[in-house]
Design a binder for this molecule. Sequence first.
Ligand SMILES: Nc1ncnc2c1ncn2[C@@H]1O[C@H](COP(=O)(O)OP(=O)(O)O)[C@@H](O)[C@H]1O
Ligand SMILES: [Mg+2]
Length: 112
Amino acid sequence: MPPQHAIEACAARRDTPGKVIIRSIKETAGGVSYQAQDNGCGMDEQTRAKAFRRFFSTKGRKGTGLGLMITRKIVYEHGGWIDFKSQKNKGTTFTIRLPRLKEAQSELKTVR
Ligand SMILES: Nc1ncnc2c1ncn2[C@@H]1O[C@H](COP(=O)(O)OP(=O)(O)O)[C@@H](O)[C@H]1O
Ligand SMILES: [Mg+2]
């Protein structure tokens, strides 16, 4: 999950104190965006291109390469969207956007 990655990415970068910012943004259209920003090790171009691939990991035996693949699958199944911006030795920001579910909306109406 992105917050765990953010913490790991900071631990992997030793030249600066780690900082992780989590944001959730309620959108006017009814959806919600969620961001995890870190100033950790960041990703080079090759890593960025492969980050969501199954079994791709730069963490050696500590990695499974499944986290982002599964996260993206879950987000897509909820009709959402996930992306990131990352620069080597600068940091990474993941954004997940989830739409408000129609079912949830009609349930709310019933309660009211
Ligand atoms: N916040 C981040 N900062 C730097 N690299 C990241 C970050 N999140 C993901 N990555 C890169 O994406 C790869 C794939 O992530 P993931 O699918 O969760 O596998 P794992 O965490 O098991 O390595 C990681 O190995 C790492 O190289
Ligand atoms: Mg992971």
